[in-house]
Design a protein around this ligand. Structure first.
Ligand code: GLN
Ligand code: ZN
Length: 777
């Protein structure tokens, strides 16, 4: 008999109940007991949904109040010593201190690092962020399984068959960061393994038969010593005599496939969406006595599955694997709880999509088809087929004019008319900017007043023209602020934008927005990615009126501000019926048209933000070049339709850029502004060594902190930058947009930034400088 299960379920609740409960708890409006009660309600509903969908297990341990990696830090008692927890700190207080930072004691003489929150970073190639475990020489592991065991007992008391979900020891160590010189995270393995064994023994004693252990790092290019450590680890875990389902996902196993198949575990889960090509090899390599779990439903996207295609894959496997398990490809954490009755999607769109609840229902259908014969599900299959057929032939999806334009795109469409040096000369004589020109990244504080006006406008309580007038007033105020501060290249401030993707998606054909399609981004923060379901078309100018208005208020250049094609792609749920590269090109053409309209409206400097370029990189290096090729080409298509004297900026932030610098250079933006303060300019060394050819604005202060950076601190960073990048190429700007900040701190920080830039100008005038090409105001 075929079994079905899920690797994990969304934990925020269909109405984001958990988010609201946790935030109320933080504000002191909810007791810990009440928080736990609400959390249990979400958890129990998740389990019931899994049971109702006929899953053979409910997943336990995938639920989390903040983050599952942080849960493992608690589980293994390895909170960093720098938090200096005392006996009076409850487990929950410790947990939220790690997640959000500990309140600084009044007058306590401590360094900045003392109680700072754990660093946060992206979970593989998803938009989920986990808290990074910190390891040092003092790290010790000890088991604190009470919370997990209580959840197991809770599910069992409800009569559910449970399958606890754990991160594997190697993935847990891999995700952590060594804070001690010379300490390799892997060196902690021998200390960690006995704690895992102890945990498995306790789970077994609690009545658990199967435990799922996630080792997604098996889909990465691992160093040899990490690969070698797998056998040793799983031999150790086998001593607990519990059936382990080793779960891999997100990426092909490639050279690690035979290792995964021969580890001493009872079963192996593989991602049949991202690693479909490997299924045959897994069937060959995995010993017949082991359970094979096939991740056949896409856990990373929201489209209704093609169940006929799934059955075509699964049916022939039955002869060799009569005890097959089926599952989503990965945890359903990355999709909304449900889209079935979403109020903002029309009935047709709703019939094309599937949230977590709909996906486990798909699994149920597959299981019944396999166990009881296809005839038993004929009616449901017919509904599915009809929806898929409708989507395939819908005029909302394919717009022949878009396809024709992509097909007819001239080969030179992704190239500027002249090389950078020629453009640079044209732009310098046009704009006559001083050395170390100052600018910002685009957004200014999204004040409560702005948000209230947008909400009122959306509810229909603030008329279109009143809203416009109000936004224009915000823009005028932002321009006046920047002129008073003496910034060289202004921005309009993005007051009219809800979100940098949503704002454009709402104005483009091919996008739809759900009312409730939330997915967790980190902790209590959720995002609602747009659905990019069809060919992309620009209905008309999207930003020109706002930018032109801003430019009309100042003699200084005002930058146009656009979101780039790759970021629009990356932060949406993207159609799966054509290659992503083609969708990217369609987006690029829409942006290109907007760029052309901005240029025609007299906007001489246009920024195309691509903060998500890096996160689109495949997990396997071998797949990088192909992605970077089409992604940078899409950017260039968006950016290249303009005159030499029009200056194109791009902006990137919060990612590791050092390993893709040549490709960033290949985007050929005239200026890149980039977040650097997190690495204290270490990133810049990469740009220097690579000899980045165009102009560059390294972020000189962290916009996440309310702290106002001093003139000295900024000047110090600029001097440091000038050591590795020729001063004539340098711009001065914050790390990222300022929308989360308040005006007083923004004003103060930018004033210091301008002063620091002037100081650097003066210094480079007195020393024999390389800045000479630029004129001074
Ligand atoms: N222009 C955007 C802003 O300033 C860029 C945001 C981002 O990089 N994520 O808000
Ligand atoms: Zn940014």
């Amino acid at each position: 008999m075929i079994k079905s299960h899920t690797l994990g379920f969304p934990r925020i609740g269909a109405a984001r109940e958990l988010k609201f409960a946790v935030e109320q708890f933080w504000r002191g409006e909810l007791t810990e007991a009440a928080l736990q009660q609400r959390a249990a309600a979400v958890r129990q509903r998740n389990w019931q949904q899994q049971i109702d969908a006929g899953l053979d297990f409910v997943s336990v341990g995938d639920f989390s109040l903040y983050d599952h990696v942080a849960d493992h830090i608690s589980l293994f008692g390895c909170a960093p010593a720098r938090f200096a927890f005392t006996d009076s700190d409850t487990p929950l207080a410790r947990y939220f201190s790690m997640a959000r930072g500990a309140a600084q004691q009044e007058g306590a003489a401590c360094c900045h690092q003392h109680g700072a929150a754990l660093e946060m970073t992206k979970w593989f190639d998803t938009n989920y962020h986990y808290l990074v475990p910190e390891f040092d020489d003092a790290t010790r592991f000890s088991l604190h399984a009470a919370a997990l065991l209580a959840e197991v007992a809770e599910a069992r008391a409800l009569g559910h068959p449970v399958k606890p979900v754990l991160l594997g020891p190697l993935t847990f160590l891999w995700l952590g960061k060594s804070k001690a010189a010379g300490l390799e995270c892997l060196a902690l393995l021998d200390q960690l393994l006995p704690v895992y064994v102890q945990l498995l023994q306790q789970l077994k004693a609690a009545g658990v038969d199967w435990v799922q252990i996630d080792e997604p790092i098996l889909g990465l290019d691992l160093p040899g010593d990490w690969v070698l450590a797998f056998e040793r680890s799983y031999h150790a875990l086998a001593t607990a005599h519990l059936s382990v389902l080793l779960a891999t996902y997100f990426s092909p196993l490639q050279g690690q496939l035979s290792l995964a198949c021969k580890l001493p575990v009872a079963g192996l889960h593989v991602d049949a969406i991202r690693a479909a090509d490997e299924l045959t090899a897994v069937l060959d390599w995995l010993p017949p006595h082991k359970v094979l779990s096939v991740g056949i439903i896409d856990g990373r996207n929201i489209w209704r599955s093609d169940l006929d295609a799934a059955l075509e894959v699964l049916t022939p496997m039955l002869a060799r694997r009569p005890g097959l398990w089926i599952a989503p490809s990965c945890s359903l954490l990355h999709v909304p709880v449900t889209l079935a009755d979403d109020g903002a999607l029309d009935a047709e769109l709703r019939s094309w999509v599937a949230g977590a609840c709909e996906k486990i229902a798909e699994l149920h259908l597959l299981k019944r088809a396999l166990n009881d014969g296809h005839a038993s599900v004929a009616a449901e299959m017919a509904t599915t087929r009809a929806a898929l057929a409708a989507r395939r032939s819908s005029a909302r999806v394919s717009k022949p004019a878009v396809a024709a334009r992509v097909a007819a795109l001239p080969a030179a469409a992704d190239r500027r008319r002249s090389v950078f040096s020629v453009r640079q000369a044209a732009q310098r004589s046009r704009f006559k900017l001083p050395a170390f020109p100052t600018t910002t990244i685009g957004s200014f504080p999204q004040t409560a007043a702005i948000r209230a006006m947008r909400a009122a406008h959306k509810r229909g309580e603030l008329a279109e023209d009143a809203y416009h007038t109000a936004m224009r007033r915000e823009i005028a105020a932002a321009v006046a602020e920047q002129e008073a501060l003496g910034i060289d290249v202004l921005v309009h401030g993005e007051a009219e934008r809800n979100d940098m993707v949503e704002y454009f998606g709402e104005q483009l054909d091919g996008f739809a927005f759900s009312a409730n399609g939330w997915v967790q981004s980190y902790g209590s923060r959720c995002v609602k990615p747009p659905l990019l379901f069809g060919d992309v078309g620009r209905r008309g100018p999207m930003t020109v009126a706002w930018s032109a208005y801003a430019q009309s208020l100042s003699a200084r250049p005002v930058k146009g501000m656009l979101t780039g094609p790759i970021t629009l792609l990356q932060w949406s749920f993207v159609r799966d019926d054509q290659p992503r590269s083609r969708t990217a090109l369609q987006l690029a053409l829409a942006v290109r048209d907007e760029v052309a309209d901005l240029e025609a409206a007299g906007i001489g400097i246009i920024q195309i933000d691509e903060p998500a370029l890096r996160e689109g990189l495949p997990l396997r290096r071998a797949a990088w070049p192909a992605y970077l090729e089409w992604a940078t080409a899409a950017f260039r298509v968006a950016a290249s339709g303009v005159d030499d004297a029009t200056q194109v900026h791009t902006h990137m932030c919060y990612a590791q850029f050092n390993d893709i610098l040549p490709q960033i250079a290949a985007m050929d933006a005239d200026v890149i502004t980039i977040e650097t303060s997190r690495s204290d300019m270490a990133l810049l060394r990469g740009f220097g060594e690579f000899a980045y050819p165009n102009e560059i604005g390294p972020g000189v202060y962290d916009i996440h902190s309310p702290r106002v950076p001093s003139v000295d601190a900024i000047a110090r960073l600029l001097r440091k930058a000038a050591e590795v990048i020729p001063a004539s190429q340098l711009w001065v700007n914050p790390d990222c947009g300022l929308k989360t900040r308040d005006w007083p701190e923004t004003r103060a920080a930018l004033a210091n930034m301008v002063t620091a830039a002037r100081q650097l100008r003066a210094e480079s005038r007195t020393s024999s400088s390389t800045v000479g090409e630029r004129t001074e105001h």
